[in-house]
Write a protein that binds this ligand. Structure first.
Ligand SMILES: [Zn+2]
Ligand SMILES: [Zn+2]
Length: 100
């Protein structure tokens, strides 16, 4: 069962484990520049986490010209990743690969 899909700009790479999906997003895709503060972050989950942990929903909506359903979709992705992922091991793997 490959239930995790990358989803960045139409990328349909699929993964059995959410950890591998995040590693793929971080190592195979170009970085994302936060439109609120200009910080460069890995695209995908880390970009979502940055946007919602570092900024308010209102800042996100304004900077990305997003609507409430775009916010809701990202919040759902963030919480389902965080329910399932061993983020410490993801971060450790990425550090070992020099990707963070
Ligand atoms: Zn991808
Ligand atoms: Zn930012």
């Amino acid at each position: 069962m490959s239930r995790w899909k990358c989803g960045i700009e139409g990328c349909d790479a699929r993964f059995k484990d959410v950890e591998n999906a995040i590693i793929h997003q971080t190592t195979e895709h170009t970085r994302h520049e936060c439109k609120v503060c200009g910080t460069i972050v890995p695209d995908g989950y880390f970009a979502i986490r940055h946007a919602f942990d570092e900024h308010t929903r209102a800042e996100f909506v304004r900077a990305y010209d997003a609507d409430s359903s775009a916010v809701r979709v990202r919040e759902e992705i963030k919480s389902s990743v965080e329910d399932e992922a061993d983020l410490n091991s993801v971060v450790q793997t990425l550090r070992e690969e020099g990707a963070l």
